[in-house]
Each structure stands twice: as structure tokens, then as C-alpha cells.
Design a protein around this ligand. Structure first.
Ligand code: IVH
Length: 676
């Protein structure tokens, strides 16, 4: 020990650098090559040595030291990152015929009689990420976001040990954007959920949500606790002298630089060989330690890829061949009715827990009574549950032959299971509702959650469990009560430290300054979503004008029909709603006055946006249009001036064509606003 110390004193910098290099090499061997050369205990010992030395000589801690992967100070928010090359998505195919047609299109476009060379890759079901290396050094990691802009999650990505902080090897590009998929292996996912279950905390519905949730942590120390992994499958912007001609060689090059590439990737010729790859992967899928939801075929030659180009959002040279939805047999042990914000009752089946490829499913939505009757579902039935991607599992079908004599019919309760109020169902509507309104604690909880949500008052820190506690402890019965919470109230709650309580109070204070549309949306009026709230705000300009508007006047608002108008009028006539509104104003909730905009270039024009836009999100396009005086509506009618058409546009585009409404694709739209 003494000898070691004296050595360190002689040259701690060299010793630290050597240890860093050694551990980095073991990280690479273990995580990227799956080839551990030392035991975990030996690794830990090296790590401890390095930590000790670095603590003694902090001036020699470098950015790429393995000790820098444990997470940094929490962020307040993620920075936005613009992608130099957009992060696209893929078109999906589900059948062999669709793949044949894909191949046919490609051969036609390329005038090729020969078999096309494809690279086949598993399609990881995680979160897309883009990493930037500048002269081999990891400088930034960003999520896909809307494809053109994502969030800076560098600190979180650095916690993934298989992500090199510095690339290995030679001929490194000046700038290299590499793209890949971050995922949580099934084991890590199950472990996480097991721990969450034990602590009564929320479990993740599937590994993909778990990966997304882990990456979106503002506190990277939390991310560091999740065993995230990554596979790289492509590049974005590359500034390099020369680059390989085939995608498969690009991947080889990435691997040489120390980036982890999926070992199942295969180069084949012709679509039939692609289909064979699909079948093989479909069979080995259950043995994989991570989730895949299909395979991807890409034309291998980059020059051909370039020739084929893109259709707005997706490349023409690649396609995702998705696996069918996954099913499993289980039994329904009970049915419970959950009460939503508007009192709507949703029947939820409790199931004998069953694994549907790694994910334990113990609940499935039954949607509503009509659905139950249509599928003839009974308690005690053996059913097929289905899970497709991140969709909530549902009961796909009943195996009637297996119905036990004890099976029970599912009956809509007459009283709310939460508050005991009468259940009402309007004739012709599928949904039944609890009539308890804010008397019902389930509805109160949902109202608070809605109020705090992102498009409403956006109160960070007011999560689901906290809302439950506030309602149960009688600390917040209405949204206005939130503004009367005191530090003493909060710190007595479960898992609420002084710091988080103070933060929440700060958040609440700053949330008081809002906008009129947000305020209206946050009230949770039935059928009033973000868009309608905006229209109401624009039309009435002040709350006073809106409060006493009649059902008839309300229908003058674009997008508001008789049903929405009735809900709005009814809401503002309820004395208890008025009281809550007054209370909110009394505690200081306020918003800047809206200016009536009559002389802007798009005043009195109505736009509808459909499909996915690449250069901006829909919200951004809407804001841009509104700032120019236009209205943005949800549905196409004769009153629509223009329809902006992104990729994957559906029925709205059809309707626009039928009504002869001018359509703008994304590029023309950009030109259009530039030329105003
Ligand atoms: S290539 C230009 N390859 O699937 C092509 N994507 O719907 C862009 N994904 O957002 C994607 N495995 O997150 C590609 N081997 C793979 C993939 C893959 C998973 C994800 C990716 C992308 C989505 C496309």
C-alpha cells in the first residue's frame, strides 16, 4: 500500500490516466463485445482505486474518465437540439406481399433487373437517439423529438457504459452523428417493476416506456441506476474525408470505433432472403434479452439510397417489417370500473398475470359496456389478451368453450364505486358516468391532474401519487385549494422532503402567471381540448365575455358545435365552478390580455394541419399560423382556407380534395409563410 502511495505521489497523473484507460478498455470488452476479461469484483476494485485517486487529485479527472458516468447535478429542463440531418421514421409493413411490393418499387425506381442487396437488421423497440462525436469525443446526445428538434440528454447518455465517451481507432471524422436505439433489457425492466411494485410505486407498462422514462430524467443520477443499453444502426451528419460505400461497411466502421452494433445484422440479396431473415428472427425473438418489434430492411448501397431518396418523413430505401401483435391466454378474475375526470366509467379487467413476451400483463381495458356485450365477456372467462407495441393491453377475444359454470355477467354498477353517487348514461352514448362531479374523489383527483398537466398549468412535481395524497388527506378538494397549500401540509406527506415541498410551492407560485387559453383548458370543461380552448379565448378575448355567453353565441366560435357549446355554457352556469374560478383569480392567477389581431396577414383565414410535419412540430406550426392571425381548426369544412399536408395524411386530405380546398405540402407551406 505504501509503495503504491509513493508511486502515486511520484506521478498521479500517469497512474490515473492508466487506470482510466484500463477501465475504459474493460467497459468496451464487457459491454460492447460481451467479452469480460476480469471478474466484477476485480472491476470494482479498479474502479474504487481510480475514485480514490481522483478524489485526491481532482485536477486529473478528465471528461472521459469512467467515474464521470454516475450522473451530474439535476437539470431544470432539457436544452433543445436541432438535428442537422432530420431523424426520420420508417414506413411499416406487416405482410410478405407488402415487402414484395416494396422491393418492386425499388427495382422500378432504380431500373434494376438484378436482385437488390439489402441489409437486414432487428428493429429495436426503444428510444431513438443521436450522438455527436467531435474529433472522436462525445459532445452531445439528443432524443429524436419531432424529428428535426430533440432534447439534449447528454448527461443521461453518458451513464450508459457501452457508450464510448471517446471513440477508439483512427481516421475519426471531424464531426460524426451516430444514431441508435436506447433500450432497457427485459431483465432490467422486470427488476425495476418488481422494486416499484414492492414500494407501491408506478410500474412501467413496457420496456420502451421504461427506457423513455429513464432517458427523460432531469436527474441523471436516476438514469445511472437504470441498466440502459444501446445499439447503433446508422449515421446522421458526417464530416469525414472518405466514408464507406455500403451501409454494412458503415456499421463495421462504427464497430471499429467502439460503437455497439447488433450482431444479428445480415446482408442479403433480394426480398425473399429478407423474408427468410424475418422468419429466423421471429423464431429467435423469444430468446433475445431485449424487445424487438420487427426487422428493418435497408438498401445497402449508399449511392442507391441517395437515388431513392425520401418521401417527406420516411426514406424510400428502407422499411420496417413489423411482427404481429402478441397474444396470450389468461383468465379474467374480476372487473373494476375506473372513474375518469369527467366521471366516465371505464371497465378494466383484472387478469391472472400473464407474460406477453417479457411484460407482465395483469390488467386490460374493456373500453365500455358496448364492447363487453359485443365480445360477450364474463368474469371467469378464459380470454386472449393482446399487446401491440405500447398500446394498452386489451381483451381480444373470449374462448367460449372454456367458460366455467361459475362465470359471472359483468354489470354496470348503479352507483359510483368511488363515491356512491348515481351512475348516469345518456341514451345513445356508449359511456356511463358518475354524477358525483367534484364530490367524487376520483373525479377530483383527475381534475387536479389535468390542471397540473403539460398543456394546462404545467406544474412539475405535482405527480399522480402526490395528487392522491392531497385529495385523501383533504388538503386539496378543488384546483383552487392547491394555491393554499403550506409547507407544513406538504412535508407531512409520504416521501416529501423539505426541498421538494419548497420546490412545489415555488412551481405553484410561478404557475399563477398563465395564458387565457391554458386557463380555459385547465378548467377541464368537457370536450374542451387545447385547440377549442384557444378558439374560445381568441373569440371572447376576456373571461367576463365568456362567462355569460349563451349556447347560441358559443356556436359562433369556430370548431364549436351545439354539444361543445352546451358543455361550456353548462360549466360556467354551475355555481361551484364559478366559485372555483373566482378563488383562482383571488389567489392571483392571471394572464396577459390578448390583443385583438385584425391586421395580420392571415386574419380570417382558417387552416387545418394533417399528417406529420418534419421541419416543425404541429404545435409550432399552429403557433406560427396563429401569430400571423390565422385560425387553426381540427377538421376540414367548406370554411377551411388551406390544408397543410404532412406525411401519413389520412381522411382530412381526402375531404380537402373532395371539397376542392387548396392543399400545401410542407415545402410549399414554408414558402407560403415566407412570402406573406
Ligand atoms: S433506421 C432513416 N434501423 O425505428 C431510417 N431504425 O420507425 C431511420 N429503429 O425512429 C431509422 N431499430 O428509433 C432504423 N435497425 C434500425 C432500427 C430503427 C429501431 C427505430 C428508430 C426509428 C424507428 C423508425
Amino acid at each position: 500500500m505504501n509503495k503504491k502511495n509513493s508511486n502515486n505521489k511520484e506521478n498521479p497523473q500517469v497512474k490515473i490516466a492508466a487506470l482510466q484507460a484500463k477501465i475504459n478498455e474493460h467497459n468496451y470488452q464487457y459491454h460492447v463485445l460481451a467479452n469480460p476479461l476480469i471478474s466484477d469484483a476485480q472491476y470494482d476494485e479498479l474502479f474504487e482505486q481510480l475514485k480514490e485517486l481522483e478524489a485526491q487529485f481532482p485536477e486529473f479527472v478528465t471528461f472521459d474518465s469512467p467515474t464521470q458516468r454516475v450522473g451530474a447535478a439535476p437539470l431544470k429542463a432539457f436544452k433543445e437540439v436541432q438535428h442537422d440531418v432530420p431523424m426520420l421514421s420508417l414506413d411499416n409493413a406487416f405482410t410478405d406481399q407488402q415487402i414484395e411490393a416494396f422491393d418492386q418499387r425499388i427495382r422500378e425506381k432504380l431500373h434494376s433487373e438484378q436482385l437488390i442487396e439489402y441489409i437486414c437488421e432487428p428493429k429495436l423497440d426503444g428510444v431513438a437517439i443521436s450522438l455527436r462525436y467531435i474529433q472522436g469525443v462525445l459532445s452531445q446526445a439528443a432524443t429524436r423529438g419531432d424529428g428535426s428538434r430533440g432534447e439534449d440528454v447528454t448527461e443521461n447518455i453518458k451513464t450508459i457504459k457501452m457508450v464510448p465517451l471517446r471513440l477508439r481507432g483512427s481516421n475519426l471524422p471531424d464531426v460524426l452523428d451516430v444514431r441508435g436505439e436506447v433500450y432497457l433489457p427485459l431483465k432490467g425492466f422486470e427488476k425495476f417493476n418488481e422494486a416499484a411494485r414492492k414500494q407501491g410505486e408506478k410500474e412501467f407498462a413496457n420496456p420502451r416506456n421504461a427506457a423513455a422514462g429513464s432517458l427523460r430524467q432531469l436527474n441523471s443520477k436516476i438514469t445511472a441506476l437504470r441498466p440502459l443499453e444501446i445499439f447503433f444502426y446508422g449515421t446522421g451528419l458526417v464530416q469525414a474525408g472518405k466514408f464507406p460505400e455500403r451501409h454494412s461497411d458503415v456499421l463495421k466502421q462504427l464497430a471499429d470505433w467502439g460503437l455497439r452494433i447488433n450482431p444479428l445484422i445480415k446482408v442479403v440479396r433480394g426480398f425473399e432472403a429478407c423474408l427468410q431473415f424475418y422468419q429466423k428472427i421471429l423464431k429467435t425473438r423469444v430468446t433475445l434479452p431485449y424487445e424487438i418489434d420487427g426487422v428493418v430492411y435497408k438498401v445497402n448501397h449508399l449511392a442507391l439510397q441517395k437515388k431513392l431518396g425520401f418521401v417527406t418523413r420516411a426514406p424510400r430505401f428502407a422499411i420496417a417489417h413489423k411482427f404481429p401483435a402478441e397474444e396470450a391466454f389468461t383468465t379474467i378474475t374480476d372487473v373494476e370500473f375506473q372513474v375518469g375526470r369527467t366521471g366516465a366509467l371505464t371497465p378494466v379487467a383484472r387478469l391472472t398475470p400473464v407474460h406477453v413476451r417479457g411484460v407482465t400483463v395483469s390488467n386490460a381495458t374493456l373500453h365500455n359496456m358496448d364492447e363487453i356485450n359485443r365480445k360477450d365477456i364474463h368474469i371467469g372467462d378464459t380470454v386472449i389478451v393482446r399487446r401491440a407495441g405500447d398500446v394498452i393491453p386489451e381483451v381480444f377475444a373470449v374462448i367460449k368453450d372454456k367458460r366455467p359454470p361459475s362465470a359471472k355477467k359483468i354489470i354496470m354498477p348503479h352507483q359510483c364505486p368511488v363515491c356512491g353517487s348515481a351512475i348516469e348514461q345518456i341514451a345513445g352514448e356508449a359511456v356511463a358516468r358518475c354524477s358525483g362531479g367534484l364530490f367524487c374523489s376520483a373525479q377530483r383527483k383527475e381534475a387536479l391532474r389535468h390542471f397540473a398537466s403539460r398543456h394546462a398549468f404545467d406544474i412539475e412535481g405535482l405527480g399522480e401519487r402526490l395528487v392522491d395524497q392531497l385529495v385523501e388527506a383533504n388538503l386539496a378538494q378543488t384546483i383552487a385549494d392547491l394555491y393554499h397549500l403550506k409547507l407544513e401540509d406538504l412535508i407531512n406527506l409520504d416521501r416529501m422532503g423539505k426541498k421538494s415541498a419548497e420546490n412545489l410551492l415555488k412551481e405553484l407560485e410561478s404557475s399563477k402567471l398563465t395564458t387565457f387559453p391554458r386557463f380555459l383548458y385547465a378548467l377541464g370543461i368537457r370536450e374542451v381540448g387545447v385547440a377549442t380552448a384557444k378558439q374560445l379565448a381568441l373569440h371572447f378575448n376576456t373571461l367576463e365575455n365568456l362567462l355569460d355567453a349563451s349556447v347560441e353565441t358559443l356556436q359562433n366560435v369556430s370548431d364549436v358545435g351545439p354539444i361543445v357549446a352546451a358543455h361550456v355554457a353548462h360549466f360556467f352556469h354551475e355555481p361551484h365552478n364559478r366559485k372555483v374560478i373566482q378563488q383562482l383569480l383571488d389567489v392571483g392567477v392571471n394572464w396577459p390580455k390578448l390583443e385583438k389581431q385584425t391586421d395580420l396577414p392571415l386574419t380570417s383565414q382558417t387552416f387545418v394541419i394533417t399528417g406529420t410535419l418534419i421541419s416543425m412540430s404541429r404545435d409550432e406550426a399552429t403557433e406560427r399560423l396563429e401569430s400571423l392571425g390565422a385560425k387553426v381548426a381540427n377538421s376540414v369544412s367548406k370554411k377551411t382556407s388551406y390544408v397543410i399536408v404532412g406525411s401519413d395524411a389520412g381522411s382530412k386530405l381526402e375531404k380537402a380534395k373532395t371539397l376542392n380546398i387548396p392543399c400545401l405540402d410542407e415545402e410549399s407551406f414554408q414558402d407560403f409563410i415566407k412570402n406573406l
